[in-house]
Design a protein around this ligand. Structure first.
Ligand code: KE4
Length: 432
């Protein structure tokens, strides 16, 4: 069946305009369609599980703003909270009750968190967390894992995932040797490599930072042995274990991966869902560590719009909804159905694939599997992924625009949406 052609005229006009105004026409490289070719779509609105582009086309949305939209677009409690907050003023640069409320909701939900500092992006959260870990331990070395993406922090833009991997710049120009010399990059799920690093440098290692469920090289799942070794070795050598739960926090469980897997880190970074789609992120952890943050301690951290009243109102509404009407059982039903359907579609088409999933985040790899680290993820057939992506776009299904990302199911998706997605994927893959 030839793929139906949707009209993209207005998108093309607006995106040509954007390319004259902003580098690559985007304000984040991840949305540039670099890995799949062609130009990004330009969107006008979102409602529930759907996005609507400027040509009036409707898409079932599996990006959800790269994770925040766990309840779908225009989630009513968030919308009402934001409207009410706007009528009280947009920013004060001073303490507010809302910050206390949001902090209490975060601390109640996330096992490792006794104190928090609110910031504006996941990047700011991870940048601050590693500075605190270095200040707290007095050590320099940070261990990260290839294919993990922690935002565009200079010292962590080494062997990074997400758009860095997608666009082939895992070690970005502009990051100096001096900045990255204290960053040690190891292979995800490689216990032997981690043990060797601690044997040789243990007393110089300030922190280990990882995605406890990877989304930025596609969905890659840690082995129990690997997670346990990150906890045991950091404990043994007095290093800080940082779980970067910007993506998986409140996604794979209300208490994040640390609740799901029963491993408690020393610090946690969060973003995306916690801000309900507004610019809000968090770093937090043990009181003993967090009390090193200025002005309680001496590790500098500040931000004009940190704890912003509009963003905190959205975050409070989101976290109260996740607490009072947890969507996780429904998300599991939808996600299992989608995973089974996509797997069956690829099986019947005879396409080499593996589907890896934790809760409502998953990736269909065009790779026989398993995908356990960046080296294996990088061997995926990205040309096939691109054909799959565009085939679905032309059938009104909007998947993440890279093999090295995770898709997200929301509580606004219906069984019908899932079944329609499976039918479209079956059609696309059958014509590979
Ligand atoms: P932000 O600075 O984009 O808010 O967060 C950075 C970040 C930190 N840690 C993890 C685990 C993350 O997934 C991210 C951001 N994720 C990407 C999607 N893979 C955001 C999309 C984008 O960059 O536009």
């Amino acid at each position: 069946m030839t793929s139906p052609q949707l009209l993209h005229t207005q998108s093309q006009i607006e995106f040509s305009r954007a390319k004259r105004l902003m580098p690559g026409g985007v304000n984040s490289a991840a949305r540039a369609f670099g890995a799949v070719g062609g130009d990004p779509l330009v969107f006008e609105s979102g409602q529930g599980a759907y996005l609507f582009d400027v040509d009036g086309n409707r898409y079932i949305d599996y990006i959800g703003s790269w994770g925040p939209m766990i309840f779908g677009h225009q989630f009513d409690p968030v919308k009402k909270a934001v409207h009410a907050a706007v009528d009280r003023g947009t920013s004060f640069g001073a303490p507010t009750v809302a910050e206390n409320e949001l902090a209490e909701l975060l601390i109640e939900a996330v096992p490792s968190v006794e104190m928090v500092r609110l910031v504006n992006s996941g990047t700011e959260a991870t940048m601050s967390a590693i500075r605190v870990a270095r200040g707290y331990t007095g050590r320099d070395i940070i261990i990260k894992f290839s294919g993990n993406y922690h935002g565009h922090v200079d010292s962590l833009l080494v062997a990074a995932g997400s758009a860095a991997a997608t666009l082939g710049v895992p070690n970005s120009p502009g990051v100096t040797a001096g900045t990255s010399q204290d960053t040690m990059v190891l292979r995800y799920n490689d216990v032997t490599g981690l043990e060797a690093a601690f044997r040789s440098h243990g007393d110089q290692i300030a922190a280990v930072i990882l995605e406890p469920v990877c989304g930025n090289m596609g969905c890659v799942i840690p082995t129990t042995e690997f997670l346990n070794s990150t906890r045991a070795l950091t404990e043994q050598f007095g290093s800080v274990l940082i779980f970067d739960e910007v993506m998986c926090g409140f996604r794979v469980a209300r208490g994040g991966a640390q609740e799901r897997f029963g491993i408690t880190p020393d610090m946690t970074t969060m973003g995306k869902i916690v801000g309900g789609g507004l610019p809000l992120a968090v770093f937090g952890g043990k009181r003993e560590i967090m009390e090193h943050v200025l002005p309680a301690g001496k590790v500098f951290q500040a931000g004009t719009l940190s704890g912003n009243p509009i963003a905190t109102a959205a975050g409070i509404a989101m976290l109260k909804s996740l607490r009072d009407e947890p969507p996780y059982e429904y998300l599991e039903t939808l996600s299992q159905r989608l995973a089974d359907g996509l797997t069956a579609a690829a099986d019947s088409a005879g396409v080499e694939h593996c589907l890896q999933r934790v809760g409502s985040m998953m990736t269909l790899f065009f790779h026989p599997g398993p995908v356990a680290d960046w080296d294996s993820a990088a061997r995926s057939n990205t040309a096939q992924f691109s054909r799959y992506f565009w085939g679905l776009i032309e059938r009104g299904v909007y998947m993440p625009c890279s093999q090295f990302e995770a898709l997200f199911v929301s509580a606004a998706h219906s069984i019908e949406d899932i079944d329609h997605t499976i039918a479209m994927a079956t059609e696309v893959l059958a014509n590979f």
